[in-house]
Design a binder for this molecule. Structure first.
Ligand SMILES: NC(=O)c1ccc[n+]([C@@H]2O[C@H](COP(=O)([O-])OP(=O)(O)OC[C@H]3O[C@@H](n4cnc5c(N)ncnc54)[C@H](OP(=O)(O)O)[C@@H]3O)[C@@H](O)[C@H]2O)c1
Length: 274
């Protein structure tokens, strides 16, 4: 597994498991996470919104894997920002996960007029040492600039929708320049777009004996972008992890970038209703 170095010296595995709608029941979620950990996943991405922190925490605790070997991200939901209940929201996630500390706590979406005040609360959580790193999600450059102007603790990560239909080179470059690691959510386009049918991806895959999915995930690695594909299926989880024995050339990365349509499957960060 490759790692990226966060700006506070902590390492994050470049590939993690997304967990949005990963199981219908707590038992399903628990089983899927145990399978992923058995396969070698050491990075799990959840959120208060996903209502699965409890079974994920249970699976981590009962896996027998040392806590410090697993990187766990969860996220602060906008309603809790609007209610001025950020510390309470964090404590709730801590209680549900029940894993002593969180590796990365993210602001799930920017809430208009509250970017800096939210970040101040995030900094307090970071200082308490219960979250080893803090960061953002769905923040565009203008959101980041507003926060960076006032920040005492730099955001470690910005997690945004990113795949070959929404490449966001400028945002990745801005984050690189400001020592913020980019993470790709819906790295496979969340099955809502025919991304994986693209001949460019299949053709590159044939050269390396890999699938279009594996090529897309590897493309993130070459850009220094952490990816968190979701799969509830053991075989697909294993395939998604099997991307560390090949590398794409700069020309192949450029070719994949050419698929860009600036097309999001999810909400544009300026249009979220908070
Ligand atoms: N910060 C945010 O606002 C935000 C928003 C959305 C998502 N996220 C995070 O990002 C994670 C990933 O995003 P996502 O779940 O929307 O989409 P995704 O990871 O791009 O795609 C997941 C879909 O692809 C399928 N899939 C996975 N591996 C595959 C493979 N090897 N071959 C074929 N199909 C495969 C999955 O089906 P199976 O499960 O059946 O394999 C599922 O239908 C989420 O789970 C969540 O943790 C964050």
């Amino acid at each position: 597994m490759e790692h990226a170095l966060l700006n506070n010296g902590i390492e994050i595995p470049m590939l993690g498991l997304g967990t949005y709608r990963i199981g219908k029941t707590d038992k399903d979620v628990y089983d899927v996470i145990r399978t992923a950990l058995d396969l070698g996943y050491r990075h799990i991405d959840t959120a208060a919104l996903y209502v699965n922190e409890a079974p994920i925490g249970k699976a981590i605790r009962e896996s027998g894997i040392p806590r410090e070997d697993i990187f766990v991200t969860t996220k602060l939901w906008g309603d809790d920002i609007l209610k001025d209940e950020i510390p309470q929201a964090f404590d709730r996630s801590m209680q549900l996960l029940d894993i002593d500390y969180i590796d990365l706590y993210l602001v799930h979406w920017p809430v208009k007029g509250k970017l800096v005040s939210t970040w101040r609360e995030m900094e307090k959580i970071y200082t308490s040492d219960k979250a080893k790193a803090i960061g953002l999600s769905n923040h565009l450059q203008h959101h980041l600039e507003e926060i960076l102007d006032e920040a005492n603790v730099l955001p470690a990560v910005n997690q945004v929708e990113m795949h070959p239909y929404v490449v966001l080179d400028d945002l990745v470059e801005f984050c690189d320049d400001n020592t913020i690691v980019c993470e790709a959510w819906s790295p496979l386009g969340s099955s809502k777009v025919p991304l994986l049918e693209e001949n460019i991806l299949k053709g590159i895959g044939e050269k390396y004996g890999k699938t279009a999915v594996q090529v897309v995930l590897r493309w993130n690695m070459e850009r220094g972008v952490v990816a968190i594909p979701k799969s509830s299926n053991r075989e697909r989880q294993a395939a998604n992890l099997d991307i560390f024995d090949f590398k794409l050339t700069p020309e192949e990365v450029r070719l994949i970038n050419s698929l860009d349509k600036n097309y999001r499957t999810g909400i544009h960060p300026d249009e979220i209703g908070f």
